[in-house]
Design a binder for this molecule. Structure first.
Ligand SMILES: *Cc1c(COP(=O)(O)O)cnc(C)c1O
Length: 426
């Protein structure tokens, strides 16, 4: 009898055997730069496979050579991360930005067009506009909620429709939780591709993954993560990952070897530990976020609340995409404090439990002001178009006691009017 265990069951031991390490129940930190070969012949064989000089044998694994190429902490982490997204392969990196930049460099050529969803994560936006363009890649953004026809027209009018190389998505969008239909983007990519020229669809799944949204199942070629966020989950590590088919990830790993931006053994080990509680943490975070979002929506000092769990059939397309694409509303909530920047700042400054910091997905709740912090670099007209108003606060909900969290949010909201008046009088 055989049973296919669920990922949360496999996170404790999958891909590791105690006999590799004196019976240690847990995978140790392989803090080593290089690995001893049993013989010169073995070293030769390992290099032949690593450098693609010959096909790998059916049962042959890439032998351990040097920690820029491979290391047990890195490889076991990749094996475990694959399970959540049902991916064939995974490559892990020392940051989310290194996963994203390596994938873009590998799959785009000078002269290509990169179409992306707005708003993008600030670091990605900078990379796309200031680095990719230096290498002759043309970039074009589309607005949240754009229809299939709008995307096709945008590509047609760019004059580069036969050079579309990739559609790059972030869904739900940060910080407004706007959704992009991944399957629709797959169909647009296929429309502009040709025989021998596959147009890639890449999805930054940091906001929902790896539990609540599986882009590969909706037609994406690549899934990217800042593992700094939910996957790490303790605000103590920076890391990233890229997942997809064995063929695509082999290319990503080759470039990683030569850029040298692979994950370090200690970071890999920390993430192995984080993965053991990933599902527990993410489920508790959602449970708290649902409570907080519902109460915020009813609070007299709060305007609009952006939370997937508050979508209803009246929201039309957004609701349909949510039902098709996501299995949970997640733990990211953004909302407008009635008023503007002064009111939003007063709220943030009066929080006692929730920390005022950027980043997301961690055990502890964090709050920040997108317009002047994470999205400070976004053009003011675009900020307005994307709904990143001066009154908007973004909340990443943690695993604390929900009533404690609500106590903190409520007491900070109570202080808003008083604090703003005091500033105006001074
Ligand atoms: C944080 C983040 C990144 C960048 O990841 P780092 O680990 O900070 O390099 C990319 N995309 C999204 C959506 C993020 O939240």
């Amino acid at each position: 009898m055989k049973r296919n265990f669920q990922p949360e069951t496999l996170m404790m031991s999958y891909g590791y055997r105690p006999e590799w390490s004196e019976g240690a129940v847990k995978c140790p930190i392989f803090q080593t730069s290089t690995f001893v070969f049993h013989s010169a012949e073995e070293g030769k064989a390992f290099f032949e496979v690593a450098y693609g000089l010959r096909e790998r044998g059916a049962k042959e694994k890439t032998g351990l050579i040097y920690s820029r190429l491979n290391n047990p902490d890195m490889e076991i982490l990749e094996e475990r991360l694959k399970l959540w997204d049902g991916a064939e392969a995974c490559a892990v990196f020392e940051s989310g930005m290194s996963a994203i930049s390596t994938a873009l460099f590998e799959f785009l050529q000078p002269g290509d067009l990169l179409l992306y969803s707005n708003p993008l994560y600030g670091g990605t936006s900078h990379f796309v506009h200031h680095v990719m363009t230096k290498f002759g890649i043309e970039v074009l953004g589309f607005r949240p909620g754009a229809s299939r026809d709008e995307l096709a027209q945008l590509i047609e009018r760019s004059g580069k429709k036969d050079r579309l190389g990739m559609i790059y998505l972030e869904t739900p969008a940060n910080p407004t939780n706007d959704l992009v239909d991944i399957a629709m983007c797959r169909s647009v990519a296929d429309q502009f591709g040709a025989a021998g020229r596959h147009v890639m669809v890449a999805v930054d799944n940091t906001y929902m993954g790896p539990l609540w949204q599986h882009p590969l199942q909706h037609g994406a070629d690549l899934v990217l993560y800042s593992a700094t966020k939910y996957i790490g989950g303790h605000s103590d590590v920076i890391a990233g990952a890229c997942l997809g088919s064995a063929e695509l990830i082999a290319r990503v790993k080759t470039l990683r070897t030569f850029l040298g931006n692979m994950i370090a053994p200690h970071t890999g080990w920390l993430l192995l530990r984080s993965l053991e509680t990933l599902k527990l943490r993410m489920e508790k975070q959602t449970e708290n976020a649902r409570i907080v979002a519902r109460r915020l929506a009813e609070h007299p000092k709060v305007g609009r609340v952006h939370y997937l769990g508050l979508l209803t059939p009246a929201d039309g397309e957004a609701y349909d995409i949510y039902r098709r694409q996501c299995t949970s509303p997640g733990a990211m909530v953004s909302f407008e404090v009635k008023g503007g920047e002064a009111e939003a700042f007063a709220f943030l400054n009066h929080l006692k439990l929730v920390k005022l910091a950027v980043s997301l997905g961690s055990n502890e709740s964090l709050a920040q002001h997108p317009a002047t912090m994470t999205h400070a670099g976004v053009d003011p007209a675009e900020k307005a178009a994307f709904g990143i108003t001066d009154a908007l606060v973004r909340l990443s909900v943690g695993v604390e006691n929900a009533e404690d969290l609500w106590w903190d949010l409520e007491q900070a909201l109570e202080k808003v009017a008083v604090a703003v008046e005091a500033v105006e009088l001074a």
